[in-house]
Write a protein that binds this ligand. Structure first.
Ligand code: ITT
Length: 207
């Protein structure tokens, strides 16, 4: 079992990742866990999701026993709206809490351009390697005229991915995870991990 520690308090993220890894790798070769509540998740404000994710990861690594985990990941995501010059972007969490979906829809009331994208940046550490790494993923679409659908979380009820006419919250998790920014970012990190491990195995086998 490849053990992933995913540094988040948002259990929706954990559920999505478990689901996509089970779907793509068929057997359960990955386990995904959130840190215990005594591990503080320290966040900074910045214009750059990568800076934010790396800072939190490095702070958490000071407190975590790396021996227990194969990969430790911290992800920061944001919704970038074209007509608002990329706002809320790295400030998405704050905006979501302060003005919610209705507030975002109001900001866009007079805008014809509804283009937007979600971006996820994953900062991660692989057991046995000193460096920390970054991977990212995006999904493009438009902001709906009203909130629709019951599944998902956060901005899912107002985001319609390209190629569909329903929001993520209407499409449901099984479709969302096949398209999402989070899935793309995580699969790049997993791919890197698997290559690292297989390189190590290769070195062992030729020695
Ligand atoms: P953690 O910091 O504990 O991981 P969070 O929900 O605050 O949880 P982010 O900072 O990555 O995570 O997310 C910023 C905001 O964007 C937050 O309000 C989320 O609800 C929203 N968000 C992130 N990913 C999303 C997704 O896949 N679908 C809809 N909204 C999302």
């Amino acid at each position: 079992m490849i053990k992933i520690l995913y540094i988040t308090r948002n259990m929706n993220k954990i559920r999505e990742i478990e689901k996509i890894l089970r779907k793509l790798f068929k057997e359960e070769i990955f386990s995904v866990e959130a840190p215990s509540s005594d591990i503080e998740i320290i966040e900074i404000q910045s214009d750059d999701l990568a800076d934010i994710a790396l800072y939190t990861l490095r702070k958490a690594l000071e407190k975590i026993n790396m021996e227990k985990w194969d990969i430790i990941m911290r992800e920061d995501s944001g919704l970038f709206i074209e007509a608002l010059n990329g706002f809320p972007g790295p400030y998405s969490s704050y905006v979501y809490k302060k003005i919610g979906l209705d507030g975002v829809l109001k900001l866009l009331e007079r805008h014809e351009n509804r283009r937007a994208f979600f971006k996820a940046v994953v900062a991660y550490k692989i057991k046995g390697i000193d460096d920390t790494f970054i991977s990212s993923g995006e999904v493009y679409g438009v902001i709906s005229r009203e909130a629709r659908g019951l599944e998902g979380f956060g901005f899912d009820p107002i985001f319609i991915p390209d190629g569909y006419d329903k929001t993520f919250a209407e499409l449901g998790e099984d479709i969302k995870i096949m398209l999402s920014h989070r899935t793309k970012a995580i699969l790049k990190a997993i791919d890197h991990y698997l290559k690292t491990v297989s390189n190590k195995l290769y070195h062992i086998s030729v020695e």
